[in-house]
Write a protein that binds this ligand. Structure first.
Ligand SMILES: O=c1ccn([C@H]2C[C@H](O)[C@@H](COP(=O)(O)OP(=O)(O)OP(=O)(O)O)O2)c(=O)[nH]1
Length: 150
């Protein structure tokens, strides 16, 4: 497995003050993402918003980026990503956005340049689908959704 990749990042106009994604520790899996909201944005309980990040990326074929919640925000405030993990396709060149939802009981204010989520890169194997009339037998068979008990 190749563990080293170069991903290009492009800061979008008007976001010169927004931090670029950053790893907060040497071996962190994710690059923290900063909110490129105007000044601040209030999320009422139960509401969702699409938060701009102020940048776009180009990664090599065979990679994807996943947008994942920050556990501190989730635990303390109930703020999480609605579509977690958000999928960033290798051919996407638009602004990376973060779909947040407030599952907490209180309004939550997002301020400009606040760290709101993280971006983790993953390898995606090349897969071709082959249509067949019958699949191979296994012990599990079609059992699922808790068929092995609690
Ligand atoms: O959290 C996310 C999820 C997606 N995207 C961008 C990058 C991704 O490549 C594109 C499409 O995402 P997805 O395939 O999940 O959305 P879709 O609803 O299937 O839209 P589309 O028809 O545009 O593929 O939107 C984000 O910026 N943030």
């Amino acid at each position: 497995m190749n563990l080293s990749y170069l991903v290009q990042i492009n800061r979008l106009p008007g976001n010169e003050d927004i931090e670029l994604p950053k790893k907060m520790s040497e071996l962190a899996s994710g690059f923290d993402l900063y909110a490129a909201v105007e000044k601040e944005m209030v999320m009422e309980p139960g509401t969702r918003i699409l938060v701009p990040t102020g940048f776009a990326i180009a990664m090599p074929a065979g990679l994807e980026a996943q947008i994942r919640p920050r556990s501190g925000l989730a635990y303390k405030h109930g703020i999480t990503c609605l579509n977690t993990p958000g999928t960033i396709d290798a051919d996407y060149r638009g602004e990376i956005k973060v779909l947040l939802i407030n599952l907490g009981d209180e309004p939550f204010t997002i301020t400009r340049n606040e760290r709101i989520a993280q971006m983790v890169f993953q390898e995606v194997p090349e897969v071709e689908l082959e249509q067949v009339d019958k699949l191979s037998d296994t012990v599990r068979g079609a059992g699922g959704f808790g068929h092995t008990g609690k």
